[in-house]
Design a protein around this ligand. Structure first.
Ligand SMILES: Nc1nc2c(ncn2[C@@H]2O[C@H](COP(=O)(O)OP(=O)(O)OP(=O)(O)O)[C@@H](O)[C@H]2O)c(=O)[nH]1
Ligand SMILES: [Mg+2]
Length: 445
C-alpha cells in the first residue's frame, strides 16, 4: 500500500488560516491521533482541538474536514486540518504528523499525481490545475480553468474514438481479406482520416496562442537613441524601471517588466537605441536590441514625431509593429505624422510620453493587437510543447496511414497515432512522463 502523505497545502508563511492535507490509508488514524475524533461526518467542517500525540500538549484549536475514499481529491481517504496560520503552529502540527507511523511528507505534486493514478483526472486536467495555480492574469485563469475542467482532454479523447473506428475497419480488412468491401466504405474511412488530419492541422496552426498565454506575450520597444523608449517603458510599468536621460545611448541592457494588459500577461522589453557606435558596450546593447526585435511577438517602434519618416527607413516596421511617434508636445500644432507615405505598420500612434497625450489610444492599439493574436476563440488550444509534439507525431502517423498500400501498415500507423494522443491525456503508459509533469507542482498540491 502507498504511504500516507501529508503537507502544508496553503502558502507557507504567516497567515490567518493554514491548511494541512493528509491523504492515504492512515489518514483516519492521523485524525484520531491529533484530535481524538474517531468518526467524523464526511465532507462537513468539524471543530477539533489538535494535540501532540506524544504528550497531549494542545497545539491549536481548528477545523477538520474528512473526505473518505473514493470521494476525495486523490481518491484516497483525505483529512484536511484548517489551523491558525502561524509558523510555529504549522511546524508543530507537521512535526506531530511526521512522527505517526506510515506518514511521510508529500513530494511536490504528489496529491495530484495520486489523483491522476486513481483516474480522478487526466494529464491535461492535471496540467490545467498547475496553470490555474500559476495563473496571474484573467486570460491565463480562463484558459487554465477550461483545461483543468477537461476541455482539451475531451478533444483528444474524441479524436481517439474516431481513430478507433478507423482502426476497427482496417482490422476487419486484415481479418477477412476475401470479403470485398464496397468502395463507398473504403472511401468514407479515407475521408474520415483526411478529416481528422485537417482538424489536427487546424489545431496545430494556432499561432501558439495557448503557449504564449502561459509564457507571456513578448513585446519589444525599439528605436533610435533618445526618442523616449525607456520613458515609455516606465510609463507602462508605472515605475522608474529604466534610467531616462537626455543623453543618447543611455540604455544598454535589455530591461524587462511584466505587465497585465487587459488580462493578458505581457513581457515588455526596453532596448538600447539602435545606431552605429564606436562604444563597444553600446554596440553590444544594439546587438541585443536587434535580437530582441527578432524574437518579439509584437514591436513598438518609437521615433521622434518630428522625424516620422525615420521609422520607415529603419527596416523594423512590419505588420507586427506599432509605430509610436513620440514627443508630440514639441511639435508645432498640426505638424507631424507620416505625410503621404503609406506605412506597413499595424498601427501608428502619436503620443507625448511626457504629457500623457495619446497614451490611451496607444494602450488600446497594443491591447487589441495582443487580443487579436492571442485571444481565445473557438476550441481549446495547445498549451504545452509536449502536447504540440505529440499532436504533430499523431498527424504524421495518420498521413502515413492514409497513403500506405497495405491495411496492415495503415493499421499500425493508426495505432501509433492513437498512442500519441493517449500520451497527451495519459490513457496509455506514461510512467516516464510523470516525474517531469508533476515536478512543476508545488508541495501540498
Ligand atoms: N519633450 C518630451 N521629451 C520626452 C518625451 N519622452 C521622453 N522625453 C525625453 O527624451 C529624453 C530621452 O528619453 P529616454 O526615455 O531616455 O529615451 P531612450 O529612447 O530610452 O534613449 P536611449 O536609452 O538613449 O536609447 C529624456 O530627456 C526624456 O525626458 C516626450 O514625450 N516629450
Ligand atoms: Mg533608454
Amino acid at each position: 500500500m502507498n504511504d500516507t502523505i501529508f503537507a502544508l497545502s496553503s502558502a507557507p508563511g504567516r497567515a490567518g488560516v493554514a491548511v494541512i492535507r493528509v491523504s492515504g490509508g492512515a489518514a483516519a488514524d492521523a485524525l484520531r491521533a491529533l484530535t481524538g475524533i474517531a468518526s467524523p461526518s464526511p465532507r462537513v467542517a468539524t471543530r477539533g482541538r489538535l494535540v501532540r500525540p506524544d504528550d497531549g500538549e494542545m497545539l491549536d484549536d481548528g477545523l477538520v474536514l474528512w473526505f473518505p475514499a473514493p470521494r476525495s481529491f486523490t481518491g484516497e481517504d483525505v483529512v484536511e486540518f484548517q489551523i491558525h496560520g502561524g509558523n510555529a503552529v504549522v511546524s508543530a502540527v507537521l512535526e506531530s504528523l511526521s512522527r505517526l507511523p506510515g506518514l511521510t511528507m508529500a513530494e511536490p505534486g504528489e496529491f495530484t499525481r495520486r489523483a491522476f493514478l486513481a483516474g480522478k483526472l487526466d494529464l491535461t486536467e492535471a496540467e490545467g490545475l498547475i496553470d490555474l495555480i500559476d495563473s496571474e492574469t484573467e486570460a491565463q485563469r480562463r484558459q487554465a480553468l477550461r483545461q483543468s475542467k477537461g476541455a482539451l482532454g475531451r478533444l483528444y479523447g474524441e479524436w481517439r474514438e474516431r481513430l478507433l473506428r478507423v482502426l476497427a475497419h482496417f482490422e476487419a480488412t486484415i481479418d477477412f481479406p476475401d470479403e470485398e468491401l464496397p468502395e463507398s466504405v473504403e472511401n468514407s474511412v479515407k475521408q474520415g482520416m483526411l478529416g481528422i488530419i485537417e482538424e489536427l492541422s487546424d489545431h496545430l496552426d494556432d499561432n501558439r496562442r495557448g503557449e504564449r498565454l502561459r509564457d507571456g506575450v513578448q513585446i519589444a520597444i525599439l528605436g533610435a537613441p533618445n526618442v523616449g523608449k525607456s520613458s515609455l517603458l516606465n510609463l507602462f510599468s508605472r515605475r522608474e524601471a529604466a534610467i531616462v536621460s537626455s543623453q543618447a545611448g543611455t540604455t544598454r541592457d535589455v530591461i524587462e517588466v511584466h505587465l497585465d494588459l487587459g488580462g493578458y500577461p505581457v513581457l515588455l522589453a526596453d532596448t538600447a537605441g539602435i545606431r552605429v557606435t564606436a562604444d563597444s558596450v553600446e554596440a553590444e546593447g544594439v546587438l541585443r536590441a536587434r535580437a530582441r526585435a527578432d524574437e518579439a511577438d509584437l514591436k513598438l517602434f518609437v521615433c521622434d514625431a518630428a522625424d516620422a519618416e525615420e521609422a520607415l527607413k529603419s527596416g523594423f516596421v512590419d505588420g507586427d509593429t506599432i509605430v509610436v511617434l513620440n514627443k508630440t508636445d514639441l511639435l508645432p500644432v498640426g505638424v507631424g505624422g507620416f505625410g503621404q507615405t503609406k506605412s506597413p505598420a499595424l498601427a501608428v500612434c502619436a503620443v507625448s510620453v511626457q504629457d500623457g497625450d495619446g497614451i490611451e489610444a496607444l494602450l488600446d492599439a497594443v491591447g487589441s493587437a495582443v487580443q487579436a493574436r492571442f485571444g481565445q476563440s473557438g476550441g481549446p488550444v495547445i498549451t504545452r510543447t509536449r502536447h504540440r509534439a505529440a499532436v504533430e507525431s499523431c498527424r504524421d502517423a495518420l498521413v502515413r496511414a492514409v497513403s500506405a498500400d497495405l491495411p496492415e501498415l495503415s493499421a499500425e500507423d493508426v495505432r501509433l497515432a492513437m498512442r500519441f494522443l493517449g500520451r497527451i491525456t495519459g490513457t496509455v503508459d506514461v510512467e516516464d512522463l510523470l516525474d517531469v509533469i508533476f515536478r512543476d507542482f508545488c508541495i501540498g498540491k
